[in-house]
Design a protein around this ligand. Structure first.
Ligand code: SF4
Length: 459
């Protein structure tokens, strides 16, 4: 991460840095290809279109009624003995969690992976308060050791090769050396046991908050969430208001679709429904807003709040697969990251993220919440003040495509230009910033139109 700068305004610079490291794109593509292929296989077992309609509907119902659901959820959890806190923003979330930790003289925390935790910087805030925090998800633990943020929603260390992971574990935690991922996982698991048993406080996120019953759904593949939520006598669930759903029955399509869409698994290994504090345990639920309620009511961005964080849109995004997550400079990356960062105003230069999109539509095809990601990204892109050079490029393309005659004339001129000034033609593409990772486009000797006409004539 050292070579990547934080902040959306650094996207272009970071993307260039990433482009100079083709091995990064190769590692990411290998991992995401695996998820895409497995997704395709398991999706044949369900009617994705029907499930998508169901998820879209239930998420829409929930996001349009967040205040009502929040009141019901609060009443239910308090009746069960949970402590409920509402945090309007990042600072409030940090303050509440640190107050709880200090009141119990907490010195060590075991934490499960949570993007909201990244959004509010809770680990850093706890560490600044002198509290030792251990990430218990394997990928998240590796990026913690490497002093970098996760680069993907569900696979935090997707940008690292197996060799790099082994080196980090050995150098930073003295675990290993091992070459096989299985050996690393077993060693980390043993090391984590002592952290779980000795932790003063557990900290987890939630995949869904059920207003009807006051229960919380937590999904994990490694089983670490069960240990985080059940071993320490003090537990903080840090979650966000957009995770609310109305009924217990709403969990069924989420549990059925999220793992298939995310990693191509039929079901997540551990689905925990936390419905009451265990005996002798104190549980605090901190529900963060951070602009979500306002965004849910926005006529354009309202649909973005339906996101169930499956990361399928990230896996299929050609831009993410090339530059990786750190290049975005923001907590949320890929197509959903572009949209959420803008919808929630998480970065003053969020609009610049919309440059990281080819509008290929791949993300919209896989989104189980039916979010029109390309449409929203196009909206974000058109809402700002583009650079002069980009406006010029758009004008040239607009003029060229405005009619068949112009299109033909433009390509005729381009062919002529290339024939007369071969070196100038190459320089032109270089000036347009096209050749960083691509070759100079060749101009076909015969246009498609011409081939079509010739074919029709039977030539
Ligand atoms: S935008 Fe859709 S595909 Fe992307 S993470 Fe959210 S729910 Fe999944």
């Amino acid at each position: 991460m050292a070579e990547f700068r934080r902040g959306a305004k650094n996207l272009r610079r970071n993307a260039k840095t990433a482009a100079r490291r083709p091995e990064l794109g190769a590692v990411i593509s290998r991992a995401t290809d695996h998820a895409i292929i497995r997704r395709r296989e398991v999706m044949q077992e369900i009617d994705f279109a029907a499930q998508r309609r169901r998820i879209q509907q239930l998420r829409q119902n929930a996001t349009q009624n967040l205040p009502g659901l929040l009141d019901r959820f609060k009443a239910r959890v308090e009746a069960k003995g949970f402590h409920f806190h509402m945090a309007v923003d990042t600072n409030a979330a940090r303050r509440i969690v640190i107050d709880v930790a200090k009141r119990h003289t907490v010195q060590t925390v075991v934490k499960s992976k949570s993007m909201l935790g990244e959004e509010v910087g809770i680990r850093e805030a706890l560490e600044q308060a002198g509290i030792q925090v251990t990430e218990t998800d394997l990928g998240e633990y590796i990026v913690q050791l490497n002093h970098e943020p996760p680069s993907h929603l569900t696979a935090p260390a997707v940008h690292l090769s197996t060799g790099e992971v082994g080196e980090i574990l050995y150098k930073q935690a003295g675990i290993g050396p091992f070459e096989k991922p299985e050996q690393m996982a077993v060693a980390v698991r043993q090391f984590m046991r002592t952290r779980f048993f000795n932790a003063d406080m557990g900290m987890a996120g939630a995949n869904a908050l059920i207003a009807e019953t006051g229960a919380m759904l937590m999904m994990s593949n490694e089983g670490n969430i069960r240990l985080v939520t059940s071993l320490p006598r003090l537990l903080v669930v840090l979650t966000s208001v957009d995770k609310l759903v109305e009924r217990m029955a709403d969990l069924a399509p989420l549990i059925r679709v999220i793992p298939k869409n995310a990693t191509g698994q039929r079901i997540t290994n551990y689905c925990t429904v936390l419905s009451a504090p265990r005996q002798g345990q104190e549980v605090h639920i901190v529900v963060v807003n951070n602009n979500r309620m306002a965004a849910a009511g926005d006529p354009v961005f309202g649909q973005a709040i339906r996101c169930v964080r499956c990361a399928a849109c990230i896996n299929v995004c050609p831009v993410f697969r090339t530059i990786g997550g750190h290049a975005y400079g923001t907590v949320y990356v890929g197509p959903m990251g572009i949209v959420l960062t803008n919808a929630l105003h998480l970065d003053p230069h969020a609009r610049m993220l919309s440059d990281a999109c080819t509008l290929c539509d791949a993300c919209a095809q896989v989104c189980p919440a039916g979010i029109d990601l390309p449409g929203l990204i196009l909206h974000i892109r058109s809402s700002g003040n583009p650079r002069l050079i980009d406006r010029f490029k758009a004008w040239v393309v607009g003029m060229t495509y405005a009619g068949a005659g112009r299109f033909k004339a433009a390509f005729w001129a381009l062919r002529l230009f290339k024939r007369l000034f071969a070196a100038g033609y190459r320089r032109l593409w270089r000036m347009l910033g096209w050749t960083g990772r691509r070759g100079v486009p060749r101009v076909a000797g015969k246009t498609f139109d011409r081939m079509w006409d010739d074919d029709a004539k039977g030539d």
